[in-house]
Write a protein that binds this ligand. Sequence first.
Ligand code: AMP
Length: 215
Amino acid sequence: MKIIMLGAPGAGKGTYAKEITQKYSIPAISTGDILRENVKNGTELGKKAKGFMDAGALVPDELVCDIVVDRLQKDDCKNGYILDGFPRTIPQAEELKKALENQGAAIDFAIDIEMPDEAIIERMSGRRVCKGCGATYHVVNIPPKKEGICDECGSEIILRADDAPETVKKRLGVYHEETAPLIEYYKKEGILHEIDGTLGLEGCINAICDVLESK
Ligand code: AMP
């Protein structure tokens, strides 16, 4: 089961990807998480990516494509995977398609989480992330048990630099310009499924599972 999660930043892709991971025992691969880890560890990739990420821009395609193609070779991807935040441009989608075709494989589902921009801005202003393990929370929708402290590892939870309101607006602009065309792309490929992102956590998970079980 090879799945792509599409949708604007803050639409909930990461949260739903983690739920699906548990239910279907396939890994969730988030390019945003991989890049943040590299920035945190000060790797060459992290140094190259940081400026783009802080500005709310996309990291160049060639940097991201290599990470994903490498990651998909790992053993845990044998039975499938869920890609969260990749592809984000048409060239990335083409690169992924080519890499999979070389292995005689293809993506099975592209799931688009639809959310109006205003709802995204509201949601992202409440989003928090753990400094230690990267777990995500929301001050209203998914609060930690103890305010400001991660349930998983006990580290401090903070507002991600690129979740600041001005950067969110920039990221939404980038999404509409560079990523939203993928909706049409995957519609033409015949694998697009649209989910109403305003249904809430349980509603969205159920809708996604219905899609995944339809094949
Ligand atoms: P995310 O956590 O998916 O919202 O990603 C955070 C940031 O990482 C984005 O705003 C981009 O700067 C960068 N990034 C993540 N995935 C990609 C990708 N597929 N292509 C380019 N940049 C990406």
